[in-house]
Design a protein around this ligand. Structure first.
Ligand code: MN
Length: 149
């Protein structure tokens, strides 16, 4: 694997003989799907993932994805995940990276309106989440996730 391997960081953090999580594989489905996974790990958080570039672009949202307009939530960018992770639910054993339980909290599709290094504008079409959202890059791995009015 070269240094440009897109899922290298994902792979380096995990032992695939020890975790039920999917092995890394690039997969271009042409779909624009999102998922929010409730991850009850050392700290409860919600992982927000958008299917883009053959991977799931991922952010950990400590307080959950906002459902009301104007609410801003910190979203910390995490390593790209394989597309097949979009269906993952299960228990990651103690001692493994991200140990705890993962449950799908919402999933659906999104429409991307704008994407730059600083900003993603998109609409979510899920069961719990719908409407116009933005991810705004603030500093380092930190972004703000908000529902637009
Ligand atoms: Mn997580």
């Amino acid at each position: 694997m070269g240094v440009d391997e897109p899922l290298k960081e994902y792979s380096q953090k995990r032992s695939f003989d020890e975790t039920p999580e999917p092995r890394p594989a690039a997969e271009e489905t042409g779909l624009s799907r999102f998922v929010v996974q409730e991850h009850n790990a050392s700290h409860l958080h919600w992982d927000f993932r958008l299917e883009l570039d053959g991977v799931l672009k991922s952010w950990a949202v400590p307080k959950g994805v906002p459902q009301a307009p104007g609410v801003r939530r910190l979203a910390v960018q995490t390593e790209d995940h394989p597309v097949s992770y979009i269906d993952f639910e299960g228990t990651i054993a103690p001692g493994q990276y991200g140990a705890g339980t993962v449950k799908i909290w919402d999933k659906g599709t999104f429409s991307l309106e704008k994407r730059t290094e600083k900003e993603y504008l998109f609409a979510l079409h899920g069961e719990r989440l719908s409407g116009n959202y933005a991810l705004i890059h603030t500093n380092g791995k930190q972004w703000l996730l908000l529902k637009r009015k």
